[in-house]
Design a protein around this ligand. Sequence first.
Ligand code: SF4
Length: 383
Amino acid sequence: MKYVSEFRDPPAARRLVATIESLMSRRPKTLQGAPLKIMEVCGGHTHAIFKFGLETLLPETIELVHGPGCPVCVLPVGRVDDAISIATSEGVIFCTYGDALRVPGSRTSLAGAKAEGADVRTVYSPTDALALARANPSRRVVFFGLGFETTAPSTALTLLQAEREGVSNFFVFSNHVTIIPALRALLDAEDLQVDGFIGPGHVSMVIGVEPYHFIAEHYRRPFVVSGFEPLDVLQSIAMVVAQHVEGRAVVENQYSRLVSTQGNSAAQTAIHEVFKPRAHFEWRGLGSIAESGLELQPRFARFDAEQAFRVPALSVADPKACQCGEVLKGQLRPYECKVFGTACTPETPIGSCMVSSEGACAAYYSYGRLTSLRRASGLKVHP
Ligand code: SF4
């Protein structure tokens, strides 16, 4: 398949693995045997790593840790409760991406609310929700705005369309978040043990590469924006390892076939026209991060679900057994969570990381359980 097969070529993958092994052998003697921790920020990379078994190809001293780049995973319990409160309001059609349906709130999920009678519908884009609003003028249609800068432009453009058309029964419950404040919070954490980053490809298509420079300059960590095919990920790992071995810390762009230095200016303009940073936004497991969430500009107040509906807006603690926070900060591997695969499964999720299609726990559960068990029991991972 054009544009896919060439990025899944086994001989090319073997050459990249050999390059990585060769680079790792050039580490100083004092570091030989010590783990090199590389965080893939984006859940899409986590799934590529497990789907294609990339971790099993790498030297065992390379440890891939998973970051906070799954927007559904970082949605806190309180915001899920707010969404359910809106969805169960009189006359509402609540529209959400399928990923968010089963994220647990404090009592139930959106899927649970739907089972109890709420009109919750899965949509593929905000324009689907706007179409529902046009088709159902007597109902209030609310779109659950989720995602990083990747999806924020489509929500923004849909709101601009709704404004142009004068649609009065369409609302957005914005939970859009931005990646840079989250990365900064992660890097400021005293207990962060990450030697380099594989940067998110999709977000970077919108924001470009320049916003990441502080990571290399201030925090002295290599940062490589990466595509999502197996050869993309392997090449990005090789680029991070090369920087590490050569004592460099710069931002590099492996995904240059789609990501430009400046990003997508039309998408950035749409975001700025419709959204502004919230003073604070709470992230599941990471706590409150300043200016990390997006709310609607005053001009769009009439579309703002938080103003149109009375929501509890409570900060609700994660369930005691849930260790999503440690997983999202790369401090814990999913299989190290006490309830992974037992009390917490995709059918009976306790945390959000087991539900989202980009969640690290879902990736381990779907593709990596054998590897995880081998690692946990000290067995050799390589076949
Ligand atoms: S196994 Fe479940 S509770 Fe544990 S970190 Fe993963 S999603 Fe959270």
